[in-house]
Design a protein around this ligand. Sequence first.
Ligand code: ADP
Length: 657
Amino acid sequence: MTINDSKGSPQAALCYFCVLPFQNSQPLSAPTEILKKYWGYSSFRPQQAEIIDSILAGQDTLALLPTGGGKSVCYQVPAMVMKGMCLVVSPLIALMKDQVERLNDIGIPATCLVSGMHYNDVVRTLQEAANGSYKLLYVSPERLKSELFRDYLVEFDLSLLAVDEAHCISQWGHDFRPAYLEIAAVREVHPRVPVLALTASATARVGDDIAASLKMKQPAMFRSSFARPNIFYRVLHTDDKTNVLLRNIGDECSIVYCRSRILTEKLGQYLTHEGAGATVYHAGLTRERREEAQAAWMDDKSPVMVATTAFGMGIDKAGVRKVIHYDAPEHLEAYYQEAGRAGRDGKPSDALTMYYGGDIARLQASTELQYPPESYLRQVYQAVADYLQVPITASPDRYFPFDLHEFCNRFRLRPAEAMPALKLLERQGLWTLTESVYHPATVQFIADRRTLDSLSLSHPQLAYLTVGLLRMYNGIFHYPVSVREAAVARQLRMNKDEVVTLLGRLHDMELLLYNRPTDGPQLFFHHYRVDSRFLHINMKRINELKLHHQQRVDAMVRFLENETECRERLLLQYFDEQVTTNCGHCDVCAAKTTPRQSANKLKTDLQTRLPPAGRVSLFEVCGWYPPTITDTVINTLRLMADEGVVRIQQGFVEWVG
Ligand code: ADP
C-alpha cells in the first residue's frame, strides 16, 4: 500500500502508520505522538500540523515558514508516519550531514549522498535505500541527474519528495540553482508521490514559480507570517562603520556580515585586537579552516563570527543575539534570511544594518555589473572553454577545478565582472559552479592487463602499486574510482608521497588516468561545447531578469533610506504579506515613540555629562545610554556640533571654546 492510496482525508492517511524495519514495536500513531517520541516536543508550531496533514492527505504542498519556523519537522514527521522513504533535495552538503546526524541521534534511519563519496559507498547507499533501510534520503539536486541515481530511483518506495530551500528552483528567486530544475524529472518517475516545497523567503511570484516548476497539482499553500517580533530591525547611515561596529559588539553571540573576503579578515583581526572573540568564515578558506571557525562559533569559543554571506544557511544556533550587516545586503530576500539568523530562540535580538553613500552607489551599479552585454557573455564562454581546454563538439560532463582568480588573470578579465557572467551562463544550463567541494582522487586504468603485467620486469615498483590497486578497488578498469592515497600507502606499506608520485608516473605513461584530489571551487561542464559565436543565449530572459534585479535594488535602497515607515512592515509587504500594524520596536517605530522632548532632555543630559575640558570618544558617550538610542545620541551630538556648541573630530567630541 502506498501513500497515494491515502488521497482524500488526513484521517485516511493516518491508517497507514508503518511498522518500521528498525523497530518492532507497535505501529506508530498520530504525528503528535511521533513528534513527542522522537523529538521530545509536546506540540506543533504554527502551521506545522496543517502542513503535515496536507501531506498525509497526499496533497502537493507549498510551505512558507520563516527561518526557525521548524520546516524540517514538516517532512520528517510525515516520513515517519508513512510507509516508504522520503527523498529530500537539499542544496548544501553541511546542511544534509547535519540533518542526518541529528536524525540518527534520535533513532531515525536517514542518510545522504554527498559529492566526494566513494563510488562503492554511493552504490551501497542506493542499494540500501532501494531495500527500504532508510526513512529519509538526502541528496543534492546535482545528484538527481546522475544515471546511477536514476537507475535506483525507479526502485525506491517513495512516500514523499521534500524540496528544501525551494526558492532555489525559481529564476526569480535570489539563489537560483539550475540543478533544482532536475527535481521535476523525479516527479515523472513517481507521479503519484506528493511533493512538499519548503522555503523561508518567497514573494508571491516566487511561490507561483516554485509550484509551476515542480509541476505541483493544485498545491495547498501554507504560510505563517514572516514577522519576527523578537527581532529589532535597525538601519544606520554612518561613515564610521568600524566604530559603530565596535560599539555594538559585545560578548554575546553575533554574526557580522561583510561583502568581501578581505574585509572579513581585516574586521576579524580588528575585533580580536579590540578584545572581542572573533572568528572568520568565507568561501576562500580551506575546508578545515571553515569547519574550525564554525565549530569555534557554535561552541561559543568565539562569540563573534565575521563572515561573508557564504556562512549561515542551515546553521541552527538558537542564541544569536545580533546580526550586523557591515555592508548593505544586495536585496531584501538576503537581508531577511541573514537578519533572521538572530533570535531563533525567540529572545529579543538585534538586526543592525550599516550603510553609507558608497553602499547605495554599489547597489545601483549592480544591475549593469550583474547583467553584462551579450558580447561579454560570449567572450567569457570562450575563455572558459579555453581555460578548461574543452574542444568544440566535446561534452565532458565532469567537474573541473576552477580557480576564478587564475582564470581571470589568464584571460585578463576582472573577477567582479566575470563572476556574474559565469553565473548567467550557469543559469542558461551550460555548467554548474560549486564552491569548495572536496573531491577525492580518482583512478581508472586505461592500459590493458598484458601491458600492466609487463611492468613487473621494467618497473617493479610501479607493478607493485598496480597490483595493489587492482586488488583494492573493484571496477577500476571500467570507471574512475575514488582512491584514498593514504589508505593505499598504508595497505602497501609505502608512504603517501611515494604513492602520489608513482600514480603521477603511471598517468604520464598513459597507463591510467589519475585525477588528484581537489578541495577548491569546481565547474561542472555539462553541455555540448559549441563555437562561442553560435552559442544560443536567451537574452530575452536575461533582460527580464535584469529588470527584476533593478526592482529588487530599488526596494533595498528604499528600505535603507526609509525614515518614516515601520521597517518590519516594509519587509513583510515586500513578501506580499498584508500588514496593518507597526512593529513598535524597529528604529523607525522607536524614534516615533520617543517624544521630541526626550531629544531635548538628552541634550540637557549630555551638557551635564560631557567633561568641561578635554575630549571624550563618541564610543564612550554612546556607552552612557542604552544601545537602542545610540542613533539619537549621535544625532543630538551632531545637532550640537551644528549649533557650534561642541566639536566632533575623528570619533571624539569636546566643548568648543
Ligand atoms: P527552519 O528550517 O525552519 O529554519 P528548523 O527545522 O531547523 O527550522 O527548526 C528550528 C528549530 O526548531 C530546531 O531546533 C527544531 O528542532 C525546533 N523545532 C521544530 N519544531 C518544533 C516544535 N514543534 N516544538 C519545538 N521545537 C521545534
